[in-house]
Design a protein around this ligand. Sequence first.
Ligand code: UT7
Length: 347
Amino acid sequence: MDLAAETATLDSRRPAETDAPAGRVVVRAIVAGIGGYLPERIVGNDELSRTVDTSDSWIRERTGIHQRHIAQPHETCAFMATRAAQAALADAGAAPGDVDAILLATATPDQAFPATALRVQAALGCGGFGFDLSAACSGFIYALSMGDLLIRSGQARGVLVIGAEVYSRIMNWQDRGTCVLFGDGAGAVFLRAGTGEGTGADRGILSTHLHADGKLGDILYVDGAVGRADKPGHLVMNGKEVFRHAVVRLSGAVDEALAANGMDHAAVDWLVPHQANMRIVDAIAKRLALPVERVVVTIDRHANTSAASIPLALAEAHADGRLQRGQVVLLSALGGGLTWGSALIRL
Ligand code: UT7
């Protein structure tokens, strides 16, 4: 048995629930509120082409990105996460006292510790507990999965799940291969305990699937750390290799999510993929035979905001009325690690 491969994969399907006989009452984590925050400063492709050897047409054609939001000094990870969390709580009609746990996915925390989640806890005035979680661009799906587990196990009844990133602070602004791709921002959902019958007709998180392969750690990484004073680190990526894995693994992840729930592609109302490259998004939508109108796309305006990209996309589609109660939403992401995964939710 390949032990490394075995231990690197966490599959959080729940056959006990999804196979529950009709009439049985099960706990479900319901998405009760969604919010986002984007930095005020917008940087267009043309502005970048004045400092690195690139062009608006190359960036648009190869990635679909037109602009990105870049944080100002006061817009830290905690600041943006707090704004997004406040918006999610307000959307849910929830108070800080309803929050039992805060799970914050980020690769760009304010400090090594305390966890940025706890800076958010203090700013919101919540009790309970919280921690940061590192899974790069898949971080929100990982955190959502943990929030789902906390609720279904009965350890929490209200969980804030946040993705917040300031990748502008780990960019090598001389590397045109990476600096044009990323942006800053934060998104959050508030999960509230509810009940269902253990079928795909329930509201709430229907399944999550998490995967990782640490042997692929060197195709996308940060070459330093907070603990190294000489080298806080910059993002390094072998774009072509990551692209290749993204199409294959994300296609597998969406198939896996649907198969686990006995659903067909046609059951998906919205695909909300990680926003890394429009060509990857198109490939996944094609595989699902979903018209682009049923894919939430923000990459043109937000660029790649890593762990924030999916909750920001959810926040945008919720705010403009595209997302409606009862709809099925499929999330999928891939990031450094490599990490990848999916979540299937009925709103
Ligand atoms: O969020 C985590 C997951 N991340 C991803 O999924 C990203 C996956 N990778 C990608 O999206 C794409 O690989 C990139 C957008 C990063 C690059 O696109 P590509 O089509 O794979 O381009 P490439 O790296 O093969 O580069 C093609 C050419 C090269 O020039 P030569 O060697 O052909 O002369 C690059 O030097 O484009 C050049 N190039 C650029 N030119 C203008 C690379 N970056 C730029 C740039 N502006 N910004």
